[in-house]
Design a protein around this ligand. Structure first.
Ligand SMILES: Nc1ncnc2c1ncn2[C@@H]1O[C@H](COP(=O)(O)OP(=O)(O)OP(=O)(O)O)[C@@H](O)[C@H]1O
Length: 248
């Protein structure tokens, strides 16, 4: 379970201060998929970065399974599997070696790493690529490797920044199925997207972010009721106030 309370983050740039996140609060529950939906530049990545302790908030609080991220970031990180926006994998290593390396960083036993890698290989359909050096991997293959690596330590909470970005239709479908599996296993899954259909197809709860703030949140039914729109797509557009930056 992840609780985010009133997060704020600004960046100082040469041309002035950018208020990237200005008061984001939401809860993501175990056994549910929570989607952060918003147009480009809405503040999704920045919110997630604070959530997975890469960045500290100017104000506000993140709690993962009851642990305050500011007080014990290491404990929070152990409970999280993260697919960050940059999917850098070690090019000289095979997919399997990339995954095992992360397992070792987590202090896992070699036998446990092997067993866990097998589970992830099957779940993500990586049979063909496990023992290939990752240099030259396609975007989808890199994403799969990065997800497997992020989940090697069997984390209870999973955070994915735009997991289907750049994936083809079949890989996107497989990714959706994989996220549903994580939900069925009782994990708390949060992912960000600017694609309405993606969020509508997968999420139990939807948090709509625009201009650094949460403009609406709830189940699809709650969002329809809140905005008075029958169609979820119209509800999103109404909540955000414009179609700009949202891909159908
Ligand atoms: N390190 C940084 N320095 C300056 N500005 C930043 C920095 N990181 C993010 N921003 C700005 O903060 C705002 C929110 O960016 P963020 O990446 O969180 O949006 P996003 O919702 O993830 O967008 P996208 O869908 O395009 O990835 C943007 O205006 C962005 O330019």
């Amino acid at each position: 379970m992840i609780r985010v309370d009133n997060l704020h983050k600004s960046f100082k740039t040469k041309t002035g201060t950018v208020k990237a996140v200005r008061g984001v609060s939401f809860e993501a529950h175990d056994g549910e998929i929570t989607g952060l939906l918003g147009p480009n530049g809405a503040g999704k990545t920045t919110s997630l970065r604070m959530l997975y302790t890469l960045m500290s908030p100017d104000q506000g609080r993140v709690e993962v399974d009851g642990v305050d991220a500011a007080k014990d970031p290491a404990a929070v990180r152990r409970q999280l599997g993260v697919l960050p926006d940059a999917r850098g994998v070690y090019k000289r290593l095979t997919a399997r070696e990339n995954i095992a390396y992360f397992g070792r960083l987590h202090g896992m036993d070699e036998a446990v790493i092997r067993a866990r890698s097998e589970v992830l290989e099957k779940a993500l359909g990586m049979e063909e690529i496990m023992d290939r050096q990752t240099e030259g991997f396609s975007q989808g293959q890199r994403t799969k490797t990065a997800i497997a690596r992020a989940l090697v330590h069997d984390p209870k909470n999973v955070i994915l920044d735009e997991p289907t970005n750049g994936l083809d239709v079949m890989t996107t479908r497989a990714m959706r199925e994989f996220l549903r599996t994580l939900r069925a296993e009782g994990r708390c899954v949060i992912f960000s997207s600017h694609i309405m259909q993606e969020v509508a197809a997968l999420c139990d709860r939807i948090v709509i972010v625009a201009k650094g703030a949460v403009v609406a949140q709830g189940t699809a039914d709650e969002l329809r009721a809140l905005t008075g729109e029958e169609n979820l797509e119209d509800a999103f557009v109404k909540a955000i106030g414009s179609e700009e930056g949202l891909h159908a």
